[in-house]
Design a protein. Structure first.
Length: 648
């Protein structure tokens, strides 16, 4: 103990005289820059000048001023902010407002030029009136869909409490969120306010584009403050705490405003593009779907009954498959296209365009490739003749390719499906067979064959798959026939349903929302993407046959009962459907049943999403480096070793 005390005394002595000499190359500059003067003075009143000069004790640099430095009230004309030597010069381009407090929040953008020592968060302020407003409000902005912190989004206050003010006037005080989605709005005057978040695309501080994310609250609040204390840790060294003390400070409220920002449905409909990526396939792409599909009228071909139409689920992409091979071989199809589009007033109107669908590969080139294939086949037949082998008298057409999705390892209740590259003209369901193996004997199994709801190229196979059982799915020759007359070859695939011992079960008991609310619960993978979704029944969500692994939980209140998360609409005063996260990861093990009790609202939304699946990670905090203390410690240890012979 005496030896340790002696060592600490030596270290303290060396640290205390750190500036007295230049041992071993000298001591580091670990001291951040500080302000020595400013013009106008910080917190000055009655200011008329639009130019601010802040002087420092050393040369400084300003990092990413365009994004990090926030001037409030918002400036429609971008201020000129630059660092020059030992000073920062800010020139405001907008006229100054009367009786208004101006704040220039530099956040952590300022550091010294030589060592990069951060100054820390710094805010300069002045007033054009007779007093400075000093209140603050703070909170978080999250993405309403997945509670991701939104970095760099504009957050502002309005003292006009009109519901449409964000479309008509700029905010009175503003800030931007950091990497945690947190914002602090400074220089706020006493009064009543509403808070908004806006991903301002055009820099006018107004919500005037559907592409802009917005978050809004109807809550009206009055900022206030009171004296408070917070714990502060005093470190003996980098590993040991010396003491924890209470430090007085001014606590500003509200400090937990939570805005859930969303982007409304992009309902403006317009034609994005048309293409003919394959000779037999015409593609039409819209910005938004519509129940009324486009009408195609051929201008240099007969279009009556010429197509098999294949719309996407949202009907914003439509493919038209040509039935007639004569049209497939035609390089240019001039078409009159009639569709619904949004006009300048936002109403859907009928629009007619003339479009030329050009085949990417001309018919002449396709014909040449076929000729090359035929010549290759002829050479193969000649070789067979020379070797007296059986040869083909006719070149066989290519078979219709079948692809099976979902196998060969299955879960109980899983659907599998066949898909073909082109639409089907005929399907012989009697030519599809399913067999199950029981006690080493194959038996016919019950199953259902259904055409897909959207694609004429897909056939769904449904069966009551029994855990631990092997199946054989077999398809006879020519069971599938395409619209071009191609038929499928025989097909056989072995399938195996996993045994119950390979699964986990998860039961989730929910609380914290109304018993009458429809709540959908999603089982998430580490990518934050849902693996399974179920609707809670009687406050309980059940997940059976879950593959063991690490999972997370997300839930949303399904306000319209469609089983999908729906975004909000500011003009209809509609918030996005509420989303919640279970705060911990769930490790599900085979042959285990796990039960979780989850109060959806027990924690504020900004503290719910686990960091492991949060894509917007917090930026590394800029901290001063205590390199001189470490240097002194090493010098003290070296001194003790030389003078006492003790190796530490």
């Amino acid at each position: 103990m005496r030896q340790l005390t002696y060592i600490l005394f030596i270290v303290a002595a060396l640290a205390s005289c750190a500036r007295m000499g230049q041992p071993d190359g000298g001591w580091y500059d670990d001291i951040p820059p500080h302000v020595v003067s400013s013009s106008p003075a910080d917190k000055a009143v009655g200011v008329k000048s639009r130019k601010v000069v802040i002087n420092f004790n050393e040369y400084i640099k300003l990092e990413d001023a365009q994004n990090k430095v926030i001037v409030s009230p918002p400036q429609l004309e971008v201020p000129d902010i630059k660092a020059a030597g030992k000073r920062i010069i800010v020139t405001l381009k907008d006229s100054l407002k009367e009786n208004t407090t101006y704040t220039i929040d530099f956040s952590d953008a300022i550091s010294d030029n030589s060592e990069g020592n951060p100054m820390g968060n710094y805010t300069y302020s002045f007033s054009t009136g007779s007093e400075i407003d000093t209140l603050e409000v703070s909170g978080y902005v999250l993405d309403a869909k997945n509670l991701e912190p939104i970095k760099g989004i504009l957050v502002g206050l309005y003292d006009n409490l009109s519901d449409t003010i964000v479309r008509r006037e700029p905010m009175v005080r503003i800030s931007r969120t950091d990497s945690r989605g947190r914002f602090v709005i400074k220089g706020v005057a006493p009064g009543q306010y509403r808070c908004y978040a806006l991903q301002d695309a055009d820099g006018d501080f107004l919500y005037n584009q559907m592409s802009e994310k917005i978050g809004f609250l109807h809550d009206v609040f009055e900022p206030f403050c009171r004296p408070d204390t917070r714990p502060d840790t005093i470190w003996r060294d980098s590993l040991h705490i010396d003491n924890i003390v209470s430090v007085p400070y001014t606590h500003f409220f509200p400090d937990d405003i939570t805005l859930l920002a969303f982007q409304p449905v992009q309902s403006d409909r317009y034609l994005l593009k048309t293409e003919r990526s394959l000779p037999e396939k015409l593609g039409i792409y819209f910005s938004y779907g519509n129940d009324s599909l486009p009408l195609l009228r051929g201008l240099n071909y007969k279009s009556e009954d010429a197509f098999v139409v294949e719309p996407s689920e949202h009907r914003d992409t439509i493919f038209y498959w040509l039935r007639d091979t004569m049209l497939v071989n035609q390089d240019t199809l001039r078409t009159e296209l009639t569709y619904m589009m949004t006009d300048t007033l936002g109403a859907l109107v009928c629009q007619t365009d003339t479009v030329e669908f050009l085949a990417k590969q001309p018919y002449e080139k396709r014909l040449k490739e076929r000729q090359q294939e035929f010549e290759k086949w002829q050479k193969e037949q000649e070789k067979k003749k020379k070797h007296e082998e059986p040869y083909d008298t006719v070149m066989a057409p290519k078979p219709l390719r079948l692809s099976l999705t979902g196998g060969p390892s299955l879960d109980p209740g899983q659907k599998i499906y066949f898909e073909t590259p082109v639409p089907l003209a005929r399907l012989d369901t009697a030519a599809i067979h399913l067999y199950s193996m029981i006690d080493s004997v194959w038996y016919e199994a019950d199953f259902r064959v259904k055409p897909d709801r959207l694609l004429q190229r897909r056939v769904v196979i449904e069966a009551n798959w029994r855990p631990g059982v092997e199946y054989s799915l077999e398809v006879d020759s020519a069971a599938f026939e395409s619209i071009y007359g191609l038929v499928s070859d025989p097909f056989k695939e072995g399938l195996r349903v996993r045994s119950l011992d390979e699964y986990a079960t998860l039961l989730v008991t929910l609380s914290g929302v109304s018993d009458s609310a429809d709540v959908c619960v999603q089982l998430l993978e580490a990518s934050d993407e849902p693996k399974r979704q179920t609707k809670a029944d009687g406050g309980q969500a059940e997940f059976y046959y879950v593959t063991p692994g690490k999972y997370y939980l997300r839930a949303f209140v399904d306000l319209n009962g469609n089983g999908l998360w729906d975004t909000g609409d500011y003009d209809r005063d509609l918030q996005a459907e509420p989303v919640y996260y279970y705060t911990e990861a769930l490790e599900l093990k085979a042959k285990w049943d796990r039960t979780v009790t989850w109060n959806l609202t027990s924690k504020p939304r900004y503290r719910q999403k686990p960091l492991d699946i949060t894509k917007q990670k917090p930026d590394k905090e800029k901290k001063l480096r205590s390199r001189n203390a470490e240097r002194a410690r090493k010098l003290g240890i070296e001194y003790v070793r030389k003078t006492t012979g003790v190796n530490l």
